[in-house]
Design a protein around this ligand. Structure first.
Ligand SMILES: *Cc1c(COP(=O)(O)O)cnc(C)c1O
Length: 231
């Protein structure tokens, strides 16, 4: 199926899931996840009105950002962050969804160019308590949120999660509900978080039912990925 058709279907799924949850569909933004996709494929999505793209691999992303400079786009970094890569992330992206330690937050803050507005960040939460996963444990989110809030060149927007893959709707729902609760708890403590970055091709409906404000969709827009290790 063509990218244009897939995008239309994804927007329809978002709309239906929001309405089913009694939410305004406008409260759920689509982040088109474009890792492994060519600049030409992104141009197809851009022609459909997509402006927000999520990338995981820095070198690959920088090449696409350069190739698409003629467009006004919003780039989101969503992959694991090595601390020696923070300078390029701080200077070329508008958002980072995968902040999971204070050291990375401090480096992004120091390296954010003065000419740019504060970098929007989400804290990545290891909501399924997986040993191998990046993300802070839920119990550590509050202290990292406090540290990030003190950094002038970062703007803490919310939380991000990649729950353990599951086909079981009840398990998906439990992880997303826990994220929603965590964000409510932080906001009760005085934070003003407005972003819950969660939901991918296989579980966006469950995420939207539990308050997702940004779903990150790759496969259902661009088709299956053919991986070659990039970094
Ligand atoms: C690849 C990726 C996605 C998109 O996943 P799909 O299943 O292809 O929709 C979303 N979030 C992150 C962090 C990713 O790495």
């Amino acid at each position: 199926m063509a990218i244009a058709e897939q995008i239309q279907q994804v927007h329809e799924r978002i709309r239906n899931a929001a309405l089913a949850a009694g939410r305004d569909p406008q409260q759920v933004q689509l982040l088109a996840v474009s890792k492994t996709r060519s600049a030409d494929e992104l141009r197809e999505a851009i022609a459909c009105g997509e402006r927000r793209f999520g990338e995981n691999y820095l070198q690959e992303a920088l090449a696409k950002i350069a190739a698409l400079q003629d467009e006004v786009l919003e780039w989101h970094f969503i992959g694991p962050i090595q601390s020696n890569k923070t300078r390029d992330i701080a200077s070329h992206f508008a958002w980072v969804h995968s902040v999971d330690r204070a050291k990375v937050a401090q480096r992004l803050n120091e390296q954010r160019p003065e000419a740019l507005p504060p970098l929007n960040v989400c804290i990545q939460v290891n909501i399924s308590h997986e040993d191998s996963k990046s993300g802070v444990m839920p119990a550590e989110v509050l202290s990292l949120a406090q540290e990030i809030s003190a950094l002038p060149h970062l703007r803490l927007r919310g939380l991000m999660a990649i729950p353990a893959a599951s086909e079981d709707p009840a398990e998906q729902a439990a992880a997303f509900a826990a994220m929603q609760e965590l964000m409510q708890t932080l906001n009760q403590q005085g934070f003003a978080l407005d972003t819950l970055s969660m939901g991918m091709s296989g579980d966006m409906e469950a995420a939207i039912a539990h308050g997702a404000t940004m779903v990150r969709i790759g496969t259902d827009i661009f088709g299956a990925r053919h991986y070659s290790k990039k970094e």
